[in-house]
Design a protein around this ligand. Structure first.
Ligand SMILES: C[S@@+](CC[C@H](N)C(=O)[O-])C[C@H]1O[C@@H](n2cnc3c(N)ncnc32)[C@H](O)[C@@H]1O
Length: 247
């Protein structure tokens, strides 16, 4: 039987091996609009603590420190290499992962989770969805009553039917991993498994967990036409939610 630490290590090894792709230690040049959306909210709604889930090498944490947002900061990631790359003294580091390998004994006023939930995957889309819902429920349980979840993720929506592109990406990655045949997109890393969600799917998963969206913003990507055509994409981009517990 695989224990909790081994399970986290297996997942962490994949991200350890691809830290150059997923890590962003040089965050100083990359203060994007998604980070600004969250940081501006934190500036106006100061709270005691923040848990950054899937923090990688601490890109978002570096912005908290850069703007002098004085909070107790906890960084959580399955990748030991990523955690080792965080060089701030004021950060508590935890190796763990969603949905079930997250300590449940502390509460946090902010939970930040960007670009992570599409990595929380099972063997099928339905299994992956259930894991995301369980992750959101767990986040709700460790959020203070006056706290906020700051959630960002990618969306891909097809003009065939919205979930077509997501299903195709997941199937292509399954095929690549099982048959050991490399699909020639640089993002299709060997061993990668992802499950993206449409904007409607994300909204309904959030609402299903007794959570309320209090602010939302989205950005569209227009370029990279070749990939957009080959994956039959109508809309793709990034969505950011600010969420609180429903009363
Ligand atoms: C694309 S990076 C996002 C990094 C960071 N959140 C940011 O915004 O720059 C994805 C990160 O999620 C972590 N991750 C992958 N699966 C995870 C899981 N099940 N639970 C928590 N973190 C996970 C990876 O180790 C990686 O550091």
């Amino acid at each position: 039987m695989v224990n909790a630490i081994e399970e986290t290590n297996v997942l962490g090894t994949f991200f350890d091996n691809h830290i150059d792709f997923y890590g962003n230690s040089d965050s100083t040049n990359k203060y994007g609009s998604t980070d600004a959306f969250f940081i501006e909210f934190i500036k106006k709604n100061t709270r005691k603590s923040v848990l950054d889930i899937g923090c990688s090498t601490g890109r978002f944490i570096s912005w908290l420190n850069y703007f002098g947002l004085d909070m107790e900061i906890t960084a959580l990631d399955p990748s030991k290499k990523a955690l080792d790359g965080i060089n701030f003294q004021n950060v508590i580091k935890i190796q763990g992962h969603l949905p079930y390998r997250i300590p449940g004994n502390s509460k946090y006023s902010y939970i930040h989770i960007q670009d992570v939930l599409h990595h929380v995957t099972g063997n099928s889309v339905n299994e992956s969805k259930k894991m995301v819902v369980d992750s959101l429920i767990h986040m709700r349980n460790i959020l203070t009553d006056d706290g906020f979840i700051l959630l960002g993720d990618l969306f891909y929506e097809s003009y065939i039917f919205p979930t077509f592109t997501r299903n195709t990406i997941k199937t292509m990655l399954d095929f690549q991993n099982k048959c050991n045949i490399k699909i020639p997109f640089k993002e299709f890393i060997n061993g990668l498994d992802v499950c993206f969600y449409t904007r409607d799917e994300f909204r309904s998963m959030i609402q299903e967990c007794n959570l309320e969206i209090i602010d939302y913003r989205e950005w569209y990507w227009g370029n990279k036409k070749f990939k957009k055509q080959i994956l039959l994409i109508k809309r793709w981009g990034y969505m950011c939610f600010i969420i609180k517990k429903r009363a």
